[in-house]
Ligand binder design. Structure first.
Ligand SMILES: NC(=O)c1ccc[n+]([C@@H]2O[C@H](COP(=O)([O-])OP(=O)(O)OC[C@H]3O[C@@H](n4cnc5c(N)ncnc54)[C@H](OP(=O)(O)O)[C@@H]3O)[C@@H](O)[C@H]2O)c1
Length: 314
């Protein structure tokens, strides 16, 4: 029996929120989504919608009689989580899942590669300070999201242009997550007090599958029926320049640093066997979708981005 019944989701209209909210609702939980005044977000029926300007007054009122908070705010909203944490503590919320869902920057090899990790880490430090006031938390590390990110070129395999940039030979193994598994992991944590206790006040790793860039490329060629135009790069020739540009806020460089830190030999395999334990507990030990199945699903239009990929005509 779950001890958590009422949940507020912040950032619910975003990329991962759109998968988490239906998952929580289908588990029979009472879900309120918190959105900013004037936001263009729209929500399906069955969900309660509350607007908040993120002031303490508004947040404290919103979080009365709420058991748990799931924060999936996007980058511009990361710092607003400090106000949510303060209001959650005052209001007696028991459990908080912060907007993590990415790389494990608690790994020192990752922490300095992007300034945004410092901003996210300050939120974790704030949560740690609130533990003694009765708020527990779990940060979920997922690595890059394969089915969401591939259509955006996150893996340097472009499904529409049929081009790929392969880093360091393309055989570096890495783990990634698919969006519905991330949503399932969040719901499992909320529903299961025993598992939640084990995951309390720490980072957990989950992954949907392990692959390499060459496998993603092969799956992409098979699913689209196209031969891709492939360029090879060695990470050591571009890495320090990319990091400099990313530190100055260059969006393209930030994306390439995220990709390179996953697929290249610069920082191999930061999500590893640690994910096996949490996959078993949070994804109910279900059978992995293969990279081939995932890419085929994306190309068919059954990815979180919908029909983004044009079918090959060549
Ligand atoms: N590993 C990966 O590949 C990957 C990919 C994408 C994202 N992520 C991570 O997942 C988490 C959620 O990201 P996301 O892409 O789902 O979020 P998103 O779509 O960029 O934004 C989610 C929502 O945040 C809300 N928000 C609250 N305060 C805001 C502010 N000041 N400015 C702008 N929006 C604000 C907005 O909702 P309202 O308009 O309703 O207020 C927005 O719809 C983040 O921690 C992100 O780093 C990871």
């Amino acid at each position: 029996m779950t001890d958590i019944r009422s949940i507020v989701v912040f950032g619910a209209s975003g990329n991962i929120g759109a998968a988490i909210v239906p998952s929580l609702l289908s588990a029979g939980l009472s879900v309120t989504v918190a959105t900013r005044p004037g936001s263009s977000a729209s929500f399906s029926s069955g969900v309660k919608v509350a607007t908040t300007d993120y002031s303490q007054e508004s947040l404290t009122s919103l979080l009365q009689n709420i058991d748990a908070v799931v924060s999936v705010v996007g980058p511009q909203g990361y710092t607003s989580q400090h106000a949510i944490i303060d209001a959650a503590t005052v209001s007696g919320v028991k459990y908080f899942i912060p907007s993590e869902f990415g790389l494990d920057y608690t790994d020192p090899r990752i922490f300095n590669i992007l300034p945004l990790f410092k901003v996210k880490n300050e939120v974790l430090e704030h949560l740690k300070r609130k533990e003694k006031e009765g708020l527990s938390w779990t940060g979920i590390v997922t690595g890059l999201w394969l089915d969401w990110g591939l259509p955006f070129g996150m893996f340097d395999v472009d499904l529409n242009a049929h081009k790929a940039t392969i880093w360091d030979g393309g055989n570096t193994k890495f783990r990634v997550a698919n969006v519905r598994d991330i949503a399932e992991a969040v719901t499992s944590l909320v529903l299961n007090p025993q598992v939640r206790q084990q995951a309390s006040n720490t980072i957990v790793h989950i992954s949907s599958l392990e692959t390499t860039q060459n496998e993603v490329l092969e799956a992409a060629e098979k699913a689209t029926g196209a031969k891709f135009d492939v360029t090879h790069i060695e990470s050591q020739t571009v890495w320090s320049d990319l990091q400099d540009k990313a530190a100055r806020g260059d969006a393209g460089a930030i994306r390439e640093v995220l990709t390179g830190s996953t697929v290249s030999k610069q920082i191999p395999s930061q999500i590893d066997e640690k994910a096996d334990k949490w996959n078993a507990l949070l994804l109910n030990g279900k059978k992995e979708e293969t990279v081939e199945e995932t890419v085929k699903r994306i190309v068919k239009g059954d990815g979180p981005q919908g029909k983004w990929v044009t079918q090959n005509s060549s």
